[in-house]
Design a protein around this ligand. Structure first.
Ligand code: PLP
Length: 472
């Protein structure tokens, strides 16, 4: 029997900065333990290498006759096909490069036909919540189970006013707060049975499990390169071209047109029509390379290894006293590698500061751009939610309820999980070993004093201006 070597530590999936050492407040140094992949992931080494190589050939794309322009254009268009293939999008789908998921969803929201209504859950990330507020939208309560989610969408779509065009169900692929993987295929089928389309916010899904747009019947998919190990500022919106080419483009400007007079404009075909302005060639190519690298590693394997790590982490962390884990669906439901929790007795924001300052562990804390879901998970009742809203409106800074989140990626190991579990155990038993204060400027806890020097980066940004200002 042959054993398949683990992807962890493989050269193919090596990450830039995987061995970075960071200072602790007590003067020691530690290998940085990154448990914040869900917010943004480090670059794959293959991506960084490709970007370095591309810079040599970097030039304007599409409109330049120069040889470098031709090379850069070929790379840019190649990236489009790499992304299409990674998500198994249909050959007819438009693949539009954007800045990120937020940009992609706003783009789609701006192209909805007149009369098309949107159905979305209240537990979505703000990126899949706020853009719909300018459309006809019906927000659904956070469902208690996947079956309830499917049923809610069915009922909501049937209750929408008749429209010549399809309506749209906008759902997350995986929650950025609780990690549950949503029943995309079933939701897509319900949408289609009821004459609607589906958008999947794949920001948290794409880095963790295989996504097959054809098999899962996904009409539109939005995602961010910086969460898929390509942090160079590009994201993508993939989907049916009809809405994207009807009407005026989301952004108007150069590159999106065939011909312009002062009185008239003939818009270009897709994808150019929705990519006005000079495109982010580096970002798009980086995203394409990340897709190719992950495809050659095999997203099934990535998912399987992460699943094992998550099971280990859940067991290990459940043993930590005072560990309160949040989830919306039964514990056995499949999920991506992230855990949101509180440690009873230690504020979530203080906890994040302590993990960083004393243990060299980076996590995320707060409300994770999903305020309605967090209010529900933390059982904040309506009067309290209103009080927070009023106080914030009045310019006060009320302390918002929140939580801590650890999230895994390609570089996460069992040792990392052990380290965070041991740290949480120690904090819950002994408390912080340093002093902290709430900063008036950031509203965040900071070590006091904080003797950690920032790294000596080769760039001295703004120093010239400071120096010349001082001498003036
Ligand atoms: N959707 C989900 C589920 C997310 O987790 C995020 C970011 O964390 C976004 C959308 C927005 O992504 P971006 O900030 O890259 O636009």
């Amino acid at each position: 029997m042959t054993t398949v070597p683990s992807l962890h530590g493989s050269e193919l999936l090596r990450l830039v900065g995987a061995d970075t050492v960071v200072p602790l407040v007590n003067g020691e140094e530690r290998r940085y333990i990154n448990l914040d992949y869900a917010a943004s992931a480090p670059a794959l080494a293959s991506v960084a290498t490709a970007v370095e190589a591309l810079l040599e050939w970097y030039s304007s794309v599409h409109r330049g006759a120069g040889f470098k322009s031709r090379a850069a254009t070929a790379a840019y268009e190649g990236a489009r096909e790499a992304v299409r293939s990674f998500f198994n999008a249909s050959p007819d789908d438009a693949v539009v490069f954007t800045r990120n998921t937020t940009d992609s969803i706003n783009l789609l929201a701006g192209t909805l036909p007149e009369g098309t209504h949107v159905v979305a859950f209240a537990g979505e990330h703000h990126a899949n919540l706020l853009p719909w507020k300018r459309c006809g939208v019906r927000f659904l309560a956070v469902p208690e189970s996947p079956d309830e989610a499917i049923e809610q969408v069915r009922v909501a779509l049937r209750g929408l006013p008749a429209c010549d065009d399809p309506h749209l169900a906008a759902v997350t692929g995986a929650s950025n707060v609780t990690g549950e993987i949503w029943p995309i295929r079933e939701l897509a089928q319900v949408a289609h049975e009821n004459g609607a389309r589906i958008l999947v916010d794949a920001a948290q899904l794409a880095p963790h499990v295989p996504v097959d747009m054809v098999a899962d019947e996904i009409d539109y998919l939005a995602m961010s390169g910086h969460k898929l190990y390509a942090p160079y500022g590009a994201g993508v919106l993939i989907g049916h071209p009809d809405w994207l080419r009807a009407g005026d483009p989301f952004l108007r400007g150069g590159g999106a047109v065939k011909l312009v007079t002062v009185d008239e404009v003939l818009w270009a075909d897709l994808p150019d029509r929705q990519e006005a302005g000079s495109p982010n060639v580096i970002g798009a190519v980086a995203l394409g390379v990340a897709c190719d690298t992950l495809a050659s590693a095999g997203m099934d394997r990535v998912a399987a290894e992460e699943g094992e790590l998550l099971a280990f982490a859940r067991e290990r962390l459940a043993a930590v006293p005072a560990f309160e884990h949040y989830r919306i669906w039964p514990a056995a439901h499949p999920r991506v590698g992230l855990l949101t929790f509180n440690l009873a007795g230690t504020g979530y924001d203080l906890l994040a500061a302590v993990l960083s300052a004393e243990y060299g562990i980076g996590i995320r804390h707060g409300c994770f751009c999903a305020h309605p879901l967090m209010m529900r998970l933390l059982q904040v009742d309506e009067p309290e939610a209103n009080r927070l809203m009023d106080a914030t409106r009045d310019g006060q800074h009320p302390r918002l309820p929140g939580a801590a989140r650890i999230s895994f990626g390609l570089g996460t190991t069992r040792a990392d999980v052990e380290a965070v579990a041991a740290a949480l155990q120690q904090i819950s038993t002994d408390g912080p070993r340093w002093t902290y204060r709430l900063s008036e400027t950031t509203d965040e806890y900071e070590p006091d004093p904080d003797p950690r020097p920032l790294p000596e980066l080769p760039m001295r940004l703004g120093e010239h201006h400071r120096t010349s200002g001082e001498s003036a």
